[in-house]
Design a protein around this ligand. Structure first.
Ligand code: ZN
Ligand code: ZN
Length: 670
C-alpha cells in the first residue's frame, strides 16, 4: 500500500502548527506519568471540518464527545501498559525506553493532573511509528487490512512454547481419548492420532440453517469462517484443525455427550485456538483472510512523523464481538491455552502467560519475569482477564451469566469444561449443580460448610426461572450474577444454629455426614434435584418500602430507592425490621406472599446491625412440602421501626430480637 504524501507545517491550520511533534516524541519519562495537556481542540464536530491533522484528531476522539470540547493529551506507554496499583516487579523500568502516546479526550472542568485509565476511557491513543529505534520500547506497527501477519502469530506461538514451560503447554498425559480432526490438506475428517498437533476453532454457529448441519465431516459448502480457518491452519504450518460442528457427530447423542465431557481436554491440548471474534455469522469469515478486510487503521503522515492509532484495547475489541455474547464460546476461550483472536481491527495473541497484538511491537523479554515464564504482574491484563483457575470461581460463573444460550438446558453443559478445569487445579474446587464448594484457605475442607457458603450466590439483575435446574442453583435462573463467593469466612460464621443439608439425587438420598464424599465423586450425569435443609427460619413478606415508611423518613436512606422492595419481618414489641433482598426474579411475582428466610451464616453478631446471610424461599408445591429459592439476603443492614419511628438497636439488639423469632424447620428445596 503506497503511503499518502507527508503533510508539511504549511498544510496545517494555525492551531495544529503550534504542535511540536519533534519535541513531544523526544520526551522520556522515568516511570509513571500523569496525563499532560498539550492543546485545546474544541468540539469534535468542528474538528471534523478542519485541516487534515484536525480530521485525524476527530477520528481518534471518543464518539460520544461529538459536541463537547476536547483536548489533546499526552501520556507515556509506561502509564498505559502497566498497572501501578499492583505490587511491582519491574522496578523503575530502567531497561525500558519510553514511548509517548497522544490521545484526544473530552475536556474536564478541573485542571489537576489525572492518571490515564484505559478501562474508564474510550479514547484510543495514537503514537509515532518509529521502526528505527533500537532500545527496548513498546512500539506501534501498521497493520495491513487485507492480510493478517502470519509471522506475528508464528513468532508469538514460538515464544510461548519456548518460554512458558508450565502454564501454556498441552498435557500429553491428559489427552482426550477418541476424537476426530479435519485434515486441512485433504479437507477430510479423520480420527486423531495420539500426540497429533492441531489447532481448534471457536466461532459463533449462527442461525442460518444449512442442509449439511449435523452431518459429520461434511465440509462441502461450509461457511467462510471454516474455509478461512483451514487456510490459516496451513498458513501457520499446521495440518489438523478441530471444529465442534464437523468433528462431533451431532446426530449421535452418545458421541456428543462424550465429546462435551472432554471439551476441556480438546481445547487445552490444541496448540492454539483460532477465535473468530468478528461478524455476526460464520459467513463473515476471519478478517485479514481470503478477502475479508480489517478496519482501516487511522494514520497520517505529518512533518516527518507517521502517526497511527494503537487500535482499540484488545479487551474492547473482544467485548464488542458477537463471539463474546455466546455461552458456549465463553468456555472455549477460557479452556484454550493459546488464543489467536481475529477481530475487525487486528489479530490478538493471548496465551495463559502473555498477551500481544498485531499493532504492537512489544519487547517481550523486558515485559517478562526473569525466568520468562510469564508477563510481570504490573503488565495490564489483555482481553481475557480471568483465564486460569483460582479460588474465585465466581468470577467465571458471573461472567458466564452474562452470556446468551440458545438452549436453556445447556446452562450447566456450557460450563462443564470450566468446572473440569477447576477440579484439576492445584486446589480442586468441586461443584454441585454449578454451586461451587470453595475450600477455606486456612481450615480443613468441609464440603457441607463450603456448599452452604456457595448457596449464597446472588443476582445483580434478577432473571427468570429455568425449570430444567433446581432453584437453589444459579443454573436455575437467567439474569446476571454478582461475583459473590465468600473467601475465608471466620470460623464462627456458621453459627451455632446448626444448619445441616442433605441432598437428593436421581438414585439416592445422601446420608447426612459421610455422604458428601460420595456426592462429590458421583458421575457427572447424576443430577442433584433436592436439598433437605434443617435450619433456623424466619417468616417475612416482600413489600414496597414506599408503602411502609413515609418519604421523609426514607430521605435519610439515600441508598434505598423508595420504589425498591424490602423484606418485612414482624418482631416483638411493635418492632418491624426491613431488609433489602437480593431477588432472583422480579419482585412483583412474590409481593405480599408469605416467604421464609433460611439462616445460612451469622454476620449480624460481628457487624453493627447487619442482617445475617439467608436464603429467601417461597412455597412451591404446598401439598408435597416443596419450596423454591427466590432470592437471598447479603450484606445489607436492618432498617428498624418501633411504634412507627426509626430506632437503632445495634448488632446485639437486632440479633437478640431475631433469635426470639427463629423457628427450627425442615425444608425441601427444589
Ligand atoms: Zn488542524
Ligand atoms: Zn504462553
Amino acid at each position: 500500500m503506497a503511503s499518502p504524501a507527508s503533510l508539511e507545517v504549511h498544510d496545517l491550520c494555525k492551531k495544529c502548527q503550534t504542535i511540536d511533534l519533534e519535541e513531544i516524541f523526544s520526551r522520556r519519562y522515568p516511570a509513571q506519568v500523569w496525563e499532560e495537556h498539550i492543546l485545546d481542540l474544541g468540539p469534535v464536530q468542528a474538528l471534523a471540518k478542519g485541516c487534515a491533522l484536525c480530521r485525524f484528531f476527530a477520528t481518534m476522539a471518543n464518539s460520544k464527545a461529538n459536541t463537547m470540547d476536547c483536548e489533546l493529551l499526552l501520556t507515556s506507554t509506561k502509564s498505559f501498559y502497566f498497572d501501578y496499583m499492583v505490587k511491582g516487579e519491574l522496578g523503575d523500568f530502567k531497561e525500558l525506553d519510553d514511548t509517548i502516546l497522544l490521545f484526544v479526550k473530552e475536556k474536564k472542568k478541573w485542571s489537576a493532573p489525572r492518571r490515564f485509565q484505559v478501562k474508564e476511557d474510550e479514547s484510543i491513543p495514537f503514537s509515532s511509528v518509529q521502526p528505527t529505534r533500537t532500545a527496548p520500547h513498546i512500539g506501534l506497527r501498521i497493520i495491513c487490512p487485507e492480510k493478517f501477519d502470519r509471522n506475528f502469530v508464528k513468532d508469538s506461538i514460538s515464544y510461548c512454547s519456548t518460554n512458558h514451560i508450565s502454564a501454556c503447554q498441552p498435557h500429553i498425559i491428559d489427552a482426550p481419548d477418541f476424537f476426530r480432526l479435519i485434515d486441512c490438506e485433504s479437507r477430510q475428517v479423520i480420527v486423531a492420532q495420539p500426540g497429533c498437533e492441531y489447532l481448534a476453532l471457536s466461532y459463533v454457529w449462527g442461525t442460518k440453517t444449512r442442509t449439511s448441519i449435523g452431518r459429520l465431516g461434511d465440509l462441502d459448502n461450509c461457511p467462510k469462517v471454516i474455509i478461512d480457518s483451514m487456510d490459516v491452519t496451513l498458513n501457520l504450518s499446521f495440518r489438523y484443525l478441530w471444529i465442534d460442528r464437523y468433528c462431533i457427530d451431532q446426530l449421535d447423542d452418545e458421541d456428543k455427550q462424550h465429546q462435551i465431557r472432554q471439551m476441556d481436554l480438546i481445547y487445552a491440548n490444541a496448540v492454539a485456538t483460532i477465535i473468530a471474534a468478528a461478524g455476526d455469522d460464520p459467513e463473515y469469515g476471519l478478517p485479514g483472510v481470503n478477502g475479508t478486510l480489517r478496519k482501516h487503521q487511522p494514520q497520517i503522515h505529518v512533518c516527518g512523523h507517521l502517526l497511527a492509532s494503537t487500535l482499540p484495547h484488545p479487551s474492547r475489541s473482544v467485548s464488542d464481538s458477537k463471539w463474546t455474547t455466546r455461552g458456549w464460546t465463553y468456555q472455549e476461550g477460557i479452556l484454550s491455552k493459546r488464543r489467536i483472536v481475529f477481530t475487525d481491527d487486528q489479530v490478538i495473541f493471548e496465551c495463559n502467560s502473555m498477551h500481544t497484538a498485531e499493532s504492537q511491537a512489544l519487547p517481550l523479554d523486558v515485559l517478562h519475569t526473569i525466568d520468562k515464564r510469564r508477563f510481570r504482574k504490573e503488565v495490564r491484563h489483555g482481553a481475557f482477564r480471568w483465564k486460569t483457575p483460582d479460588l474465585n470461581i465466581m468470577h467465571f460463573v458471573a461472567e458466564f451469566s452474562k452470556k446468551e444460550l440458545t438452549h436453556p438446558a445447556d446452562a450447566l453443559n456450557a460450563m462443564q469444561g470450566i468446572f473440569q478445569m477447576f477440579l484439576k487445579a492445584k486446589t480442586p474446587i468441586y461443584h454441585i449443580e454449578g454451586v461451587p464448594l470453595v475450600p477455606h484457605q486456612l481450615l480443613a475442607f468441609d464440603p457441607e460448610k463450603s456448599f452452604i457458603q456457595g448457596l449464597s450466590w446472588y443476582h445483580k439483575n434478577p432473571g427468570e426461572r429455568r425449570p430444567e435446574f433446581p432453584s437453589w442453583s444459579w443454573t436455575g435462573w437467567t439474569g446476571q450474577l454478582a461475583n459473590s463467593v465468600m473467601l475465608n469466612p471466620p470460623p464462627d460464621w456458621f453459627s451455632s444454629y446448626g444448619i445441616s443439608i442433605r441432598l437428593e439425587s436421581e438414585y439416592a438420598l445422601f446420608p447426612e455426614k459421610n455422604g458428601w464424599q460420595n456426592i462429590l465423586s458421583r458421575p457427572a450425569n447424576k443430577r442433584v434435584h433436592f436439598l433437605y435443609i434443617k435450619g433456623q427460619t424466619l417468616k417475612c413478606t416482600l413489600v414496597r418500602m414506599a408503602a411502609e415508611v413515609n418519604m421523609a423518613a426514607l430521605s435519610e436512606l439515600t441508598w434505598w430507592d423508595p420504589t425498591d422492595y424490602a423484606l418485612k419481618f414482624e418482631m416483638e414489641k411493635n418492632t418491624v425490621f426491613y431488609v433489602r433482598p437480593r431477588l432472583d426474579l422480579d419482585g412483583s411475582q412474590i409481593e405480599g406472599k408469605p416467604l421464609e428466610c433460611i439462616w445460612l451464616g451469622d454476620e449480624a453478631a460481628t457487624t453493627l446491625d447487619r442482617f445475617p446471610r439467608t436464603l429467601l424461599v417461597e412455597t412451591y408445591k404446598a401439598e408435597l412440602g416443596w419450596m423454591k429459592r427466590v432470592g437471598c439476603t447479603y450484606k445489607y443492614s436492618v432498617y428498624c421501626m418501633q411504634d412507627g419511628k426509626r430506632v437503632y438497636l445495634g448488632g446485639e439488639g437486632c440479633l437478640a430480637m431475631l433469635k426470639n423469632k427463629l423457628q427450627l424447620r425442615r425444608i425441601c428445596l427444589g
